[in-house]
Design a protein. Sequence first.
Length: 99
Amino acid sequence: MATERFSISMSAEVRDRIREHAADAGLDVSTFLTIAAQAQMDQQDRVRRIFKPFEEARAEAEEQAGTGTWAGDQIEPTREERAEVEAILGRSSHDEAAA
């Protein structure tokens, strides 16, 4: 596998700590950072795999919410309920107007 070089910026304090920890592990800084980054990526991948079914279910529910029919859409209020709503809104009920 070919290796590539890139630079990163950090505070001197962090740089010194990395150097110290790499030396304690018997590694050069590049190897130490590569191992640490790989471990972090592996952990994130495991978390993503665990939550993937939940994310897919959420996305599907959001999609259906925008295009589907809600169960409540099939419910019609009774005459009394419509009259109560109209009274709250300060309007006469359509049923009263029709009578």
